[in-house]
Design a protein around this ligand. Sequence first.
Ligand code: IPE
Ligand code: IPE
Ligand code: MG
Length: 243
Amino acid sequence: MANTNNKTNTPGEGIPRHIAIILDGNGRWAKKRGLPRTAGHAVGAETFRKIATYCKDIGVDYLTVYAFSTENWKRPPAEVRTIMALLNRYLQEAVDTMERDHIRMKVLGDISALSEEQRALVAKTEEISSHYEGFQANICINYGGRDEILHAARRYAEDFAAGKADALTEERFGGYLYSAGIPDPDLLIRPGGEQRLSNFLLWQCAYAEFYFTDVLWPDFGPEELDRAIEAYRRRDRRYGGVK
Ligand code: IPE
Ligand code: IPE
Ligand code: MG
């Protein structure tokens, strides 16, 4: 069956409309320098700021980053606390600068597990975003692809039982995901050397082009993103058809 979601994904000028990145390699980056893993997360947060600005400048419409997975709670509590504190700081900064820069932002994931402060910041970013169009940054926090699909299935079942939902189609199901309304990623980048999805955007990456690099996330700069886009441009996206 044709995936209607992909029809809107024709990127202009060879720039992917939607780039997704698994922010990986912070811990190893720090270890190589004899620093605590948390130092890697701090530099990684800075890298994210730079790459988001670069994406906006080159005409990417959506950047989705995997910042904290549903599995990352297994890490030592001190590391989890540091990551959450960095995310809070990032959300707070976003609230302060989104209006100036006309940036839209969305948090994807099960935010019910986040602190009250974080949930308030998430609500604030969503409220500000509703006033703008254009570049959108999506930050995945307490996100898991399987969790997202289950959450969507439960919500659909509730609506169906209440007589509020029509028969399920791919498009309708997509409307129940955290990513509702966001086109599927065209390009998925994983720095850090691992070649796996680690539960990221399982539904949405059905036809994404994958780019893996050994560069660790804190070392990832615009030139590395250009390399990924170059590789993407050489891909032949057939969506199961023939060309
Ligand atoms: C990614 O870097 C950040 C998160 C998963 C929160 P890692 O912390 O996974 O870094 P490595 O993979 O151990 O180097
Ligand atoms: C994936 O990285 C999750 C995020 C980047 C948020 P991990 O470091 O958690 O993935 P694994 O454990 O190597 O699969
Ligand atoms: Mg990792």
